[in-house]
Design a protein around this ligand. Sequence first.
Ligand SMILES: N[C@@H](CCC(=O)N[C@@H](CS)C(=O)NCC(=O)O)C(=O)O
Length: 230
Amino acid sequence: MADVEIISSSTCPFAQRSRMALMEKGVDFTLTEIDLNDKPDWFLEISPYGKVPVIRHEGTVVFESAVINEYLEEVFPEHPMLPGDPVGRAKARIWIDFANVRFVPQVYKLMLAQELERQAMHAQKLTEALLMMEHEGLGKLSDGPYWLGEDISLVDLSFMPHLQRFCALAHYRDFHIPEECVLLKAWLQLMRQRPSVQAMSPSDETLIKNWSKYAFNTSTGTTAADMREV
Ligand SMILES: N[C@@H](CCC(=O)N[C@@H](CS)C(=O)NCC(=O)O)C(=O)O
């Protein structure tokens, strides 16, 4: 029996972050996949937001991908994925927060927006986020090739799954990473080679099909409800 059980759903980008952390850290884990359209009662009892990922470890339940990843980092210190010094960790957390607060929501808002005017507004905000990642993040934090330097970190994991889903943004919204984001594009290529990314890489066709619920604003899930404009 593995130490950690992760409750996931096959195409969830947030669960992908934590599955990647487990793999990158070499932690043995059990994967329990659930159907988000038919959530089991036992899942609803342990997941107050009704969202994956959730992990169970030694009688403790932890949810929220960024919190799970920090928990894993503390409990399994081997293969560290955060810097050892407070300043380095603060910088890492600033960009993890950026991913959660400024980048990811714009991806969903652009997908969910139905009016052209709103799509243009969110496309502009997403472009600004990408340019900031390029120039203030990858351009200044280190010499690469990863966000914090030579080694992969929780920052890389926070951004990767949603960038993988840009095929859906291209398909439904004709949105593309700006040409000037050369560091970002090189980093994306590098990340695509990692076994932890390849282990959970649905085809573009699957991702496009799966995200039609956002593109046509038909999703009844809580993620869409949280991201939708009121
Ligand atoms: N902030 C959460 C977001 C998790 C999330 O939105 N998960 C989605 C699947 S990708 C989910 O479980 N949604 C439930 C639903 O749509 O009903 C995290 O980082 O873990």
